[in-house]
Write a protein that binds this ligand. Structure first.
Ligand SMILES: Cc1cc2nc3c(=O)[nH]c(=O)nc-3n(C[C@H](O)[C@H](O)[C@H](O)COP(=O)(O)OP(=O)(O)OC[C@H]3O[C@@H](n4cnc5c(N)ncnc54)[C@H](O)[C@@H]3O)c2cc1C
Length: 432
């Protein structure tokens, strides 16, 4: 008896209200075959299916809900370079070949996003004003300086901004210093996801929505994916379900912690206020226990993101802390009307690196961007497309690891709450 899962609509958000419509797609009905099947319609799956279709490979993508329904249609829109590990850590931990490739992968990922947007004419309000990693204390300033030094030594366009220069870039004097990383920028993420889907369809891919994969089983030399009303039989399968992974592949759901992150956004601000906050389109994230990140969009709305209630919510009370912090940074926001609030789940891995798994021949899995997935998931999709079409191990700029379910996974909300309290305490006593 097949399980049935109702299709879930996109949660209400600023993005859902302002993105161009999604391309028309239907539920999978009947049996289809393809060379490669992709499960999950976020940036990982969309980039995989687009790169496959562009290479002339017969590919079918199935998404349980809507295009960009997961984190991809809800995130901060910050196109951030790099992995969570700094270049020196990567090179020391993975050696001069793979480590250097991992550094390059993180460095080049934002460029891939902006290239795709340009090449496919995706209307997603792209701006490449850079990313600021902002220090909130003398201790975090040491980390920010180290980040800048390591990337600049590798030729990346990253500079330290402080004092008046930083205040001019951001519109606030709240931070002692920041690293301005000019490789980064911003997009409207749901519009980007829908644009990738449109480009993939144009290139010949087949995409089905409202079509959850209920089971995945060997079929001859390949695999068969079963949905409520059909099947896809393919030589290989790419799993791109990230923080919304279910029990389709044994252990995968428990290999990541699906931490929540929240965003609230204002109505377009009066021009005199809007022009004083991040005037060149830079985006910012803090090195703080609130994990705050924010940006101004092309219409002069302020989007503030950070710590979240650990459940789905769009109750404004759950977002009050974000509004308070935004007003501390920018008192002019006192006059703002906060029109939208939403949240979503980020896949965090035990080592804070994205994971690639190949648990059986013909199964390719990429996930775990630790809140850095706009650029990295796009880059992951391109890598998985190359690997799934027979590319050797060198086409993967990440190590292939076994799936390791996290011990005590069922208690993750408690562990996350304790960790956030611990981080805050360290900050208060000056240890962070
Ligand atoms: C609030 C928030 C803010 C964030 N801010 C940023 C940011 O500013 N910058 C940044 O770089 N990253 C950010 N991130 C992280 C980023 O959004 C993710 O890393 C990225 O979108 C991951 O893409 P994905 O395709 O791997 O996963 P997702 O976009 O989560 O997609 C997974 C998809 O798989 C589908 N699925 C699951 N199971 C099945 C099944 N059995 N069958 C079919 N489909 C299935 C789901 O419906 C879902 O659509 C943020 C995330 C959140 C939630």
């Amino acid at each position: 008896m097949p399980r049935t899962i109702p299709r879930r609509p996109l949660p209400p958000s600023l993005y859902a209200d302002t993105a161009p419509p999604a391309p028309t797609t239907t539920e999978l009905a009947g049996d289809v075959t393809a060379k490669i099947a992709i499960i999950g319609g976020g940036f990982t799956g969309l980039s995989t299916v687009l790169h496959l279709a562009e290479a002339g490979v017969d590919a079918v993508m199935i998404e349980a809900n809507e295009i960009g329904w997961g984190a991809s249609g809800r995130n901060g829109g910050q196109v951030n370079p790099g992995l969570k590990w700094e270049p020196e850590e990567l090179e020391a931990g993975f050696g001069p070949d793979l480590g250097a490739r991992m550094v390059r992968l993180g460095s080049e990922a934002p460029g891939l996003v902006f290239d795709l947007v340009e090449r496919h004419g995706i209307a997603c309000a792209p701006r490449r004003g850079g990313t600021i990693r902002a220090a909130v204390s003398p201790r975090s300033a040491v980390g920010v300086r180290s980040y800048q030094r390591q990337w600049a030594a590798r030729g990346a366009d990253v500079v330290i901004a402080e004092g008046a220069a930083l205040a001019k870039l951001t519109g606030t004097r709240a931070y002692p210093l920041g690293a301005h990383d000019r490789r980064g920028g911003q997009v409207q993420p749901l519009a980007y996801a829908r644009g990738l889907a449109g480009a993939a369809l144009k290139a010949g891919a087949r995409i089905f929505t409202g079509s959850p994969a209920l089971s995945l089983a060997r079929k001859g030399g390949g695999w068969r994916v079963t949905t409520p009303a059909g099947t896809v039989t393919a030589e290989r399968v790419v799993l791109a379900t990230n923080g919304y992974s279910d029990d389709l592949w044994p252990g995968l759901r428990r290999s990541v912690i699906p931490v929540y992150s929240s965003i609230t956004a204002t109505a377009p601000l009066p021009p005199d206020i809007a022009s004083a906050i991040m005037p060149n389109g830079v985006v910012l994230y803090e090195m703080s226990s609130t994990y705050a990140y924010y940006r101004m969009d092309e219409a002069g709305r302020f989007l503030m993101g950070g710590r979240s209630a650990l459940r789905d919510t769009s109750d404004p009370h759950d977002f009050a802390g974000l509004v308070v912090h935004a007003k501390e940074l920018f008192p002019a926001l006192d006059v703002a009307t906060w029109t939208h609030c939403w949240n979503g789940q980020v896949a965090v891995t035990w080592d804070h690196l994205p994971h690639v798994h190949e648990p059986e021949p013909g199964i390719h899995i990429g996930l775990g961007y630790n809140g850095r997935g706009v650029a990295m998931a796009t880059a992951m999709g391109r890598m998985l497309a190359r690997r799934a079409t027979g590319g050797g191990p060198e086409t993967l700029d990440l190590p292939v690891t076994s799936i390791q379910p996290i011990l005590g996974h069922f208690a993750w909300p408690l562990a996350v709450k304790s960790r956030l309290k611990w981080d805050r305490l360290r900050e208060v006593v000056g240890l962070a």
